[in-house]
Design a protein around this ligand. Structure first.
Ligand code: PMP
Length: 443
C-alpha cells in the first residue's frame, strides 16, 4: 500500500512537506529553510505569508466565497476587472482559473471575433517553437514544447510554425542585426503559405519562459511581428502568464517594446499564488464584433470570477500599487544581474545570463556531464535538485531547439526581494555551484 495517493510530478520521488512561508522563505516540516529564488513556478510574486492578503481573503470568505457567474456578479470581481482595465488599458476581462485556461480563452475569443465578422475560415493559431502556453489541449496545441506534446498528438492541433527569437543559439545560424530579424520575418512567409484567410491569431510569450529560460527577443522583433499581424489581419495574443503583473518591471512585459497586442493572457502573478485565478484581457476592437453579434463569449468555468480568488488578486494588485514594487524592479534587477554575472565569471559551466526585471535566466554549457553515478538526470534537473538540497529553489527551463537538449534555469525571486536578500542569494548560489563544480566535468 503506498504511503500517499497524491500524484506527485515524479511518482516515486519524495518531496519535503512544506509547513509555512514568510517573505522569500519557505520552511518545511523538518524546519529546513528554502530561499524561494523562483517564486515557485514564477508565481509567488510578492513573497509568502503577506498579512494584508491573508486578511482580505478571510474577510471575503466571511461574506461569501462562491457565487455562480451566470446568476450573480460580485464586488471583488467587478473591482478587479476595473483595476486591470486601468493598469493594462484593455477594457474587457474574462476570469478563469489557470494560465492554460487564459490562453484557451484567448484563442477562442480570437476565433469568435472573426466568426462574428463573417470570416469563419479564420481559425488557425500560429505559434513559435520553444514556447509553453499551457497543459490543456488547446494551449498545448500552440506550445512549441515537443516533450509535453508527444503523448497527445491525436488530440492536439497543428505544430507551431515559427522559429523563436533565440539569438544565443539562432535557429537560422545568423547574428543580430545582420540577420535582419529573419525570425520575425519568417512569420510573414508562413502566413503567405497557409493563407491569411485561414489564420485567426499569432501567440507568443513576450519573454520566453518555461521552454527557454527567460529569453529576450532582439530589438525591433515585436514591432516587426505586430506590423506583419496587422498587415494580414491576424490578431496578436501576448501570453503574459509568466511575464505579466509587474514581474519584469512593467505591468505587461510587452510594454518594454511599445507594442500593443489584441489579447493578453494573465495568470500566475495575478494573485501571486494566494488563490487560483487567471484572466484574458481583450481590446475594444476585438470585443466589438462579439457585442454586436451573438453578445456572449463562448467560454467560462464554474469557478470563473469567484469572489474569493478575485479578492485575493485585487488585494495583491492594490498592495503592489501602493508599495510601488513594480517601479523598484529595474534597479534591483541590475543588482541581481551583477551577482549572476559574478557567478558566470566564477563557474565555467555557466554560459549565458539574460532576461528582464525579476525574470532572469541562466543557460548552462550543454556539454557538461554529471559525474555522480547515482544521478540519472539532465544537467538542469541535477542543478535544481542540488540547489534545493542546499536550500535554494530554482525553476528548470529551456527545452532547447530540439525540445530535448536545452539546459537553463530561471531565477525569479519575489519582486519584493531586498538588496540584502539578493546578496544572500548570491552567497548561497555560490556555495551550491561550488559543490556542483566539484562533481561535474566537461564531456
Ligand atoms: N503560459 C505561460 C507563458 C506559462 O508560463 C504557463 C505556466 N508555466 C502557462 C501558460 C500555463 O499556466 P498554468 O500552469 O497556470 O495553467
Amino acid at each position: 500500500m503506498p504511503h500517499s495517493h497524491l500524484i506527485k510530478p515524479v511518482l516515486n520521488d519524495t518531496y519535503p512537506e512544506i509547513d509555512y512561508g514568510k517573505g522569500v522563505y519557505l520552511y518545511d516540516k523538518e524546519g529546513t529553510q528554502y530561499f524561494d529564488a523562483c517564486s515557485g513556478a514564477v508565481t509567488a510574486n510578492i513573497g509568502h505569508g503577506m498579512e494584508e492578503i491573508v486578511q482580505a481573503i478571510a474577510t471575503q470568505a466571511n461574506r461569501v466565497s462562491f457565487v455562480y457567474r451566470s446568476q450573480f456578479s460580485n464586488e471583488p470581481a467587478e473591482e478587479l476587472a476595473n483595476h486591470l482595465a486601468k493598469e493594462t488599458d484593455f477594457p474587457w476581462c474574462f476570469f478563469v482559473n489557470s494560465g492554460s485556461e487564459a490562453v484557451e480563452t484567448a484563442i477562442k475569443i480570437a476565433i469568435q471575433h472573426w466568426q462574428e465578422k463573417g470570416y469563419a475560415s479564420k481559425t488557425k493559431v500560429l505559434s513559435r517553437w520553444l514556447s509553453y502556453h499551457g497543459i490543456t489541449l488547446g494551449a498545448l496545441s500552440a506550445s512549441g514544447h515537443p516533450a509535453r506534446r508527444e503523448r497527445f498528438h491525436s488530440m492536439i492541433g497543428d505544430w507551431p510554425v515559427v522559429e523563436p527569437p533565440y539569438c544565443y543559439q539562432c535557429p537560422f545560424e545568423k547574428e543580430f542585426p545582420k540577420c535582419n530579424l529573419q525570425c520575425a520575418r519568417q512569420l510573414e512567409t508562413m502566413i503567405k503559405r497557409m493563407g491569411p484567410a485561414n489564420i485567426a491569431a499569432f501567440i507568443a510569450e513576450p519573454i520566453i519562459g518555461a521552454a527557454g529560460g527567460a529569453i529576450n527577443p532582439p530589438e525591433g522583433y515585436y514591432q516587426k511581428i505586430k506590423e506583419i499581424c496587422d498587415k494580414y489581419d491576424i490578431l496578436f495574443i501576448a501570453d503574459e502568464v509568466m511575464t505579466g503583473c509587474g514581474r519584469t518591471g512593467k505591468f505587461l512585459a510587452i510594454d518594454h517594446w511599445g507594442v500593443k497586442p489584441d489579447i493578453v493572457a494573465l495568470g500566475k502573478g495575478l494573485s501571486a499564488g494566494y488563490s487560483p485565478i487567471a484572466a484574458t484581457m481583450i481590446s475594444e476592437r476585438v470585443m466589438q464584433p462579439i457585442i454586436d453579434g451573438s453578445n456572449i463569449v463562448m467560454g467560462g468555468h464554474t469557478y470563473s470570477a469567484n469572489p474569493l480568488s478575485s479578492s485575493a488578486a485585487l488585494s495583491v494588485l492594490k498592495l503592489i500599487q501602493s508599495e510601488h514594487w513594480i517601479e523598484k524592479v529595474e534597479e534591483k534587477s541590475i543588482y541581481l544581474q551583477h551577482y549572476l554575472k559574478k557567478l558566470k565569471n566564477e563557474f565555467s559551466f555557466i554560459d549565458d545570463i539574460r532576461g528582464k526585471g525579476f525574470l532572469l535566466g541562466i543557460e548552462f554549457k550543454n556539454n557538461w556531464n554529471v559525474l555522480k553515478a547515482e544521478v540519472d538526470a539532465s544537467f538542469t534537473s541535477y542543478v535544481v535538485k542540488e540547489a534545493q538540497a542546499g536550500g535554494v529553489l530554482l525553476y528548470p527551463a529551456g527545452a532547447g531547439l530540439d525540445g530535448k537538449s536545452g539546459s537553463a534555469i530561471i531565477i525569479a525571486p519575489p519582486i519584493t526581494t531586498t538588496k540584502r536578500e539578493i546578496e544572500e542569494l548570491y552567497r548561497r548560489l555560490r556555495s551550491i555551484f561550488s559543490i556542483i563544480s566539484s562533481k561535474v566535468a566537461l564531456q
